[in-house]
Design a protein around this ligand. Structure first.
Ligand code: NI
Length: 314
């Protein structure tokens, strides 16, 4: 240690001597330069002043641009927002829970701490007749949901499946043919499952990570042969039976609780009609909307294949 210290201090001494020598050289050169070009000093000072003014102005524009537009974005999301850099747009979108681009941003995990969470889920689509309008509403409201798609429907509208994912929603399997799994045996369950794996791979480049058994029908054979966590529900407004937006809204909002999974169907126009009101009412009660997998993760649950989940309470 000591030996090294000495070497170091010797090194420093050499450096000091070197820099003194260099300084003398530089001073001499500057004196010569000054004598030959007396106007050079003035030019250098001018350049410096211009640089300082330019930097100050840039900094100012940056600062006011951000805070000024954030209020506008909060009201109607129009106008000056377009001039913001991408990163700041993202910050704004997160701050206001609104989307600014194609994708609805995912909130940082700490923002969900101690909040009331709820997951809206939509089954049996995608449907060219009703799903695009639902996607539009969700985009306007800045809400992400979970879709459990049926293979026969998704193969008719693969672009809708892609759009759901592109907008930040979660998509899971609802089997190829909306099969009642306990009634079709192991071979049937496997064919329904591999069919969905192939469809997802083809359209999205990956297999489904979660699934919802049609009718919520599960037995031990199903549990043993479904390769994903099975997502059931805890709120069912029976929207397929009551084709009435007001009734669906009242039933969902009246039954809401922290950690609930809400079952709805995006193939019914009356359900799509109910969604904006459901979101408004639940927001007024302090709810945050998350996807099913987010809800599980935020409640500290690691989901397992073949296990059925109906809610994730705090
Ligand atoms: Ni279904």
């Amino acid at each position: 240690m000591n030996g090294q210290g000495n070497v170091c201090s010797e090194g420093n001494r050499v450096k000091i001597w070197d820099s003194n020598y260099a300084q003398t050289g530089v001073k001499e050169k500057l004196r010569v330069l000054n004598a030959r070009f007396p106007w050079l000093k003035l030019v250098l000072v001018l350049v410096l002043v211009v640089l300082v003014v330019f930097c100050a102005e840039e900094g100012l524009r940056h600062g006011t641009g951000y805070s000024g537009s954030s209020d506008i974005a909060g009201e109607d999301g129009s106008g000056e927002q377009h001039s913001l850099p991408e990163v700041e747009k993202e910050k704004l979108a997160i701050k206001h829970g609104k989307k600014t681009g194609e994708e609805i941003p995912v909130l940082p995990e700490e923002q969900y701490k101690g909040r009331k969470l709820i997951a809206l889920t939509f089954d049996d689509g995608p449907s060219a007749a009703t799903t695009p309008r639902l996607l539009q509403i969700l985009q306007e409201k800045g809400v992400r949901v979970t879709f459990f798609v049926v293979g026969t429907m998704a193969s008719k509208s693969p672009d809708l499946l892609k759009q759901e994912v592109a907008a930040g929603h979660e998509v899971g399997s609802h089997t190829m043919t909306h099969a009642n799994l306990p009634k079709i045996g192991v071979a049937g369950i496997q064919s329904e499952t591999t069919g969905m794996d192939e469809l997802f791979l083809q359209v999205l480049g990956r297999k489904p990570a979660i699934m919802r058994p049609p009718y919520g029908s599960v037995n031990n054979v199903v549990r043993g042969n479904v390769p994903q966590p099975m997502i059931l529900w805890t709120i069912d407004p029976e929207d397929w039976k009551y084709r009435d937006a007001a009734a669906v809204r009242t039933k969902v909002v009246g039954a809401a609780f922290d950690g609930a999974i809400v079952l709805m169907h995006d193939i019914h126009a009356s359900t799509v009609d109910a969604v904006a009101g459901i979101i408004d009412d639940l927001r007024a009660q302090g709810y945050e909307f998350v996807t099913v997998s987010e809800l599980a993760r935020l409640r500290g649950v690691t989901m397992s294949s073949g296990v059925a989940y109906g809610s994730f309470r705090p």
